[in-house]
Design a protein around this ligand. Structure first.
Ligand code: ADP
Length: 297
């Protein structure tokens, strides 16, 4: 599978420029779309699922213009929207059975087989007879993935998947997605949570106010922050000054005051230890220090 996004612009009637000349290629595997609120992620997702027509530009899926081939595209698409809801009164399996029939699985026996296969895939087989609205938040999200997977979609789009999930469920959810990404499918994960991206995504893009400001691997994003993350031990008075001057990532109380991690273009004037950056450091470094120049690698 291949998605090619060319010169994509979206300007809303009130003049908001949600996407500014975005160019992006997405190949098989898990793709992370990261950006703060208002960056343009949902707008891009809506265009990709053909719920919205862009002001200008084109999106090709395996060479096919999605605006001209909406029906074919929708047939290969699975979508888990941010505000995924379902009918309260249904059991877990009944909900999937229902979405399966909506998706065109007419044969009841085959549909039931598919329902159980998907429940197993997302780790909900044991909960198949539980009422869907009694499932935990994380289980509901996994049920959301199961409904997005009905009909074997080739492109799976997941919007803000882990909001409100505890760490354990977050990991389970990510594992379900990364198992899927072994196949000939594209999974697009749209999120403002940096931690959702890291290990699971082979490739990612960073959007900011409609601009694509980074496209590459998470590892390469992290490389940009090398030599720009420092650990300092500061007295309370020094801390008051430093927090105005630097991007403070974390603050831990210690006997003498604060142990502080900062992201900075230049080494600070206090004594410091350099830290190996993680993706969170890299995100802050990129958003706060590198945004003058767009970078594609
Ligand atoms: P994200 O999903 O990254 O939070 P959005 O795509 O929702 O970003 O929004 C991008 C920009 O477009 C924001 O400035 C937002 O206010 C604006 N926007 C989104 N939807 C509309 C709309 N229907 N009308 C006008 N402006 C909109």
């Amino acid at each position: 599978m291949k998605i090619e996004i060319r010169d994509l612009n979206q300007t809303y009637p009130n003049g908001n420029q949600a996407l500014k000349n975005v160019n992006l290629d997405i190949d098989n595997g898990m793709f992370g779309l990261l950006g703060p609120n208002g960056a343009g992620k949902s707008t891009l997702m809506k265009i990709l699922v053909t719920l919205m027509k862009p002001t200008s530009g084109i999106v090709l899926v395996n060479g096919m213009d999605i605006q001209k081939h909406r029906k074919e595209l929708r047939g290969m698409l699975g979508y888990l929207p941010q505000d995924f809801r379902f009918f309260a009164a249904l059991k877990t399996w009944e909900f999937l059975d229902y979405t399966g029939s909506l998706a065109g699985l007419k044969n009841r026996k085959e549909r039931m087989k598919e329902v159980d296969r998907l429940l197993d895939q997302v780790g909900l087989l044991e909960a198949r007879d539980r009422q869907a609205n009694r499932l935990s938040g994380g289980m509901k999200r996994r049920l959301g993935i199961a409904q997005a997977l009905i009909g074997n979609p080739k492109i799976i789009i997941v919007d803000e998947p882990t909001t409100g999930l505890d760490p354990d469920e977050r990991i389970k959810f990510r594992n379900v997605l990364s198992q899927l990404s072994q196949q000939d499918v594209i999974i697009i994960l749209s999120t403002h949570i940096v931690g959702d991206i890291s290990s699971t995504c082979q490739s990612m893009a960073l959007l900011n106010r409609g601009d694509l400001v980074y496209n590459g691997s998470p590892e390469n994003l992290v490389k940009h922050a090398e030599g720009h993350v420092f650990k300092l031990n500061l007295t309370p008075a020094e801390y008051e000054i430093a927090k105005e001057k630097f991007n403070v990532i974390s603050t831990i109380p210690v006997d003498s005051g604060w142990e502080v991690q900062i992201v900075s273009d230049e080494a600070p004037e206090y004594s410091f230890t350099s830290i190996i950056p993680n993706i969170e450091h890299a995100y802050v470094y990129f958003m706060e220090h590198k945004l003058q120049t767009s970078l594609i690698d």
